[in-house]
Design a protein around this ligand. Structure first.
Ligand code: ADP
Length: 634
């Protein structure tokens, strides 16, 4: 594990960690439009809140300056009263508005996780299965998740930054509006040497100081952010382990194994040895060391600048350029201008750092669906006369160099019972996955009624098949919805399918009948079904779909011998007119099939009826049959 850890760290550290401004702008533009499709209100209210929040202090500053001027000048009672009233009214109204907008913004913000997850889920659910199954896709998506789990990097930061940038922008605009007259109001000639403050050079120096503070702090930020991104990259694998560990300890299904094999010693202990999220972690070391120093320097620069501002404004007031009340306004405005510039530059740098993670996100969202999507409709035949043909099909899984199916050629027709047998890993399940077009053959073609299955409309083609995979999945929903795979169901048909699958007895014992939930995840009254019961429910689900083909991958593996016997004796009733493709290790259960194909190391090496295959004494089928039979005959 530590080798992988180091490898991953090296790989991450070598890349470019902060995007160029141009690339960052392009990525953010795309991200904002993606967000806006999901949550337009979030941007609207974030923008409004940012505007009010930025403007609020300026209003107080502006009117307070007028009040102070009056106190220091004519001291008219009604004028004083007017300014106090204005200050109070404006502050109260703007504060109320700000609080209100904040709440609405927060309401949108609280749903942001949902929006992000919907964007991911939409993409994943619409990916070709073969692409989803590709390790590279998994790796990429996992990196996006790691970045998000690490520090909200990626999409979630986009709207934070949007609000931040707007706030700084309004801050700058407000500050400019309040500080323009600082530069235009002149120190009178009578002030002697202080008239030097009227020189454009002085103004230029002050503006350069503002800019310099922003650029200096932003450069310090860049160093810090690069290092933070580098650590996030280096610790990706550890971060992934961390999230795995959270699942590891809370996953109910692992509970028994963990206890019996003390797996926590390997799992949690291994993770803990990396010290990823404690005070000795690389991130903590950065914050306590160089990071702390850089932050201190970042704080020092604006401090120095403030000294210069105070000096300039006070000297100008001293020289008689403006009254004492304006000192408050100008110092406040220029400080805010510098703060706004600084904030803007920091935000822009953060955007460049975060854009690095958007690259991965868009790489994922741009994964194309390469599977050819035909448009032919699958003929709905009342006689269900379909014929499937594999024509010289070879296949290797995405990301793998070795073929798992070699030149498979075979035909079978509807109404037939086809058994697929062979040792583990011989390619039986892969054969089914190709038949259902979860993958396309690497070479050769599969035909339905003489037409390449790629030419059919994909959804329609899938509707022809009902499959019970070995690792079928049930949902924590009522039994009826599990069988119907839908919220709306025909209860009579559900009952009929459950009866055919042999669940009549269990059904009678259920507290809420068809409404009983499978599993206790979401309902206390749910039932924990056994492996065999689950398999029967999956069989009932495949019957409910009423497709022309029913494919059963080891359908009785979890059943007890009596239940297995029942399924076989009623197999014809269960399957009806459908074509049944049946994978099993128990050769005795294949005898009732019309046709049997034998897989060995990815090739079909025999095809025929049970009797035909058994008569070939040196054939694989006879070998497998005899190997099983000897345990029963002895
Ligand atoms: P069977 O059903 O006969 O036990 P499978 O069709 O499941 O065999 O597997 C055939 C071969 O394909 C095995 O070597 C297996 O390791 C490999 N294989 C199965 N699924 C995948 C996958 N998703 N990616 C890569 N290889 C796979």
């Amino acid at each position: 594990m530590s080798r992988i850890w180091k490898k991953s760290a090296k790989k991450g550290a070598s890349g470019e960690l902060i995007c160029s401004p141009k690339e960052a702008f392009r990525l953010y533009k795309r991200a904002v439009s993606l967000w806006r499709q999901k949550a337009g209100g979030l941007f609207l209210f974030t923008g409004l809140h940012a505007a009010v929040k930025a403007v609020n202090p300026y209003c107080a500053l502006y009117f307070t300056a007028r009040l102070l001027n009056e106190i220091a000048g004519l001291r008219r009672r009604e004028e004083l009263f007017k300014w106090v009233l204005v200050i109070l009214t404006v502050t109260v109204v703007l504060s109320l508005l700000q609080a209100l907008l904040y709440r609405v913004k927060m309401a949108y913000e609280s749903a942001q996780w949902n929006y992000t997850q919907t964007i991911y889920a939409d993409k994943i659910l619409n990916l070709d299965f073969c692409t989803l199954d590709d390790p590279k896709t998994y790796e990429l998506f996992s990196q996006i998740e790691q970045a998000e789990n690490w520090a909200g990097h990626g999409l979630p930061r986009v709207y934070w930054h949007f609000g931040w940038i707007l706030e700084e922008l309004f801050k700058i605009l407000g500050a400019v509006a309040l500080s323009v007259s600082l530069f235009t109001m002149k120190v009178p000639e009578s002030a002697g040497k202080l008239t030097v403050l009227n020189s454009p050079v002085c103004i230029l120096v002050l503006l350069l100081c503002i800019l310099g503070t922003g650029v200096g702090c932003s450069a310090l930020d860049k160093v810090m952010l690069s290092r933070e991104n580098q650590i996030a990259e280096e610790e990706k694998f550890g971060n992934r382990c961390f999230w795995w560990m959270l699942d590891f300890s809370s996953n109910q299904k692992r509970g028994m194994d963990i206890r019996l094999y003390e797996q926590e010693k390997g799992g949690i202990a291994c993770f803990q040895s990396y010290h990823l999220f404690d005070t000795t972690s690389p991130l903590a070391a950065l914050l306590k060391g160089v990071g702390g120093l850089l932050r201190a320097l970042s704080a020092l620069l604006p401090g120095l600048f403030m000294g210069i501002v105070y000096l300039y404004v006070c000297l100008k007031a001293w020289g008689g350029a403006f009254g004492i009340g304006m000192v408050t306004q100008y110092i406040g405005a220029v400080t805010a201008l510098s703060g706004g510039m600084l904030g803007m530059m920091t935000a822009l740098m953060q955007i460049r750092a975060n854009a690095f993670y958007l690259r991965e996100l868009f790489q994922f969202l741009d994964i194309p669906n390469d599977m050819y999507q035909g448009s032919l409709t699958v003929e709905k035949r009342s006689d269900r006369k379909y014929e499937i043909e594999f024509r010289d099909v070879s296949f290797r899984y995405p990301g793998s160099d070795s073929y798992v199916l070699h030149h498979v050629s075979m035909k079978f027709q509807v109404g037939q019972r086809l058994a697929v047998v062979g040792q583990n890993g011989s390619g039986k399940t892969t054969f089914i996955k190709l038949l259902c077009r979860l993958y396309d053959p690497t070479e050769g073609s599969i035909l339905l009624n003489g037409i390449d299955i790629r030419k059919y409309n994909y959804r329609e083609y899938l509707s022809v098949f009902s499959v019970v995979f070995q690792d079928f999945q049930l949902l924590s929903l009522p039994l009826s919805q599990n069988v119907a795979a839908s919220k709306v169901c025909d209860e009579q048909r559900v009952l009929e399918c459950l009866r055919k699958a042999g669940l009549e007895e269990m059904l009678q014992a259920l507290p809420k009948g068809l409404g009983t939930s499978i599993g206790k995840d979401y309902e206390e009254g749910g039932i924990q079904v056994s492996g065999g019961q689950g398999q029967k429910i999956a069989i009932a689900r495949s019957l409910y779909k009423d497709a022309a083909f029913i494919i059963l991958d080891e359908p009785t593996a979890a059943l007890d011998p009596v239940a297995e016997y029942e399924i076989y004796t009623r197999f014809n009733e269960i399957v009806g007119e459908r074509t049944a493709v049946y994978i099993s290790h128990r050769l005795s259960s294949c005898r009732f099939c019309d046709e049997i194909i034998v897989f060995h190391e990815g090739s079909v090496i025999q095809q025929g009826s049970h009797e035909e295959l058994l008569s070939k004494k040196d054939g694989k089928y006879a070998e497998l049959w005899n190997a099983q039979a000897k345990y029963y005959t002895k």
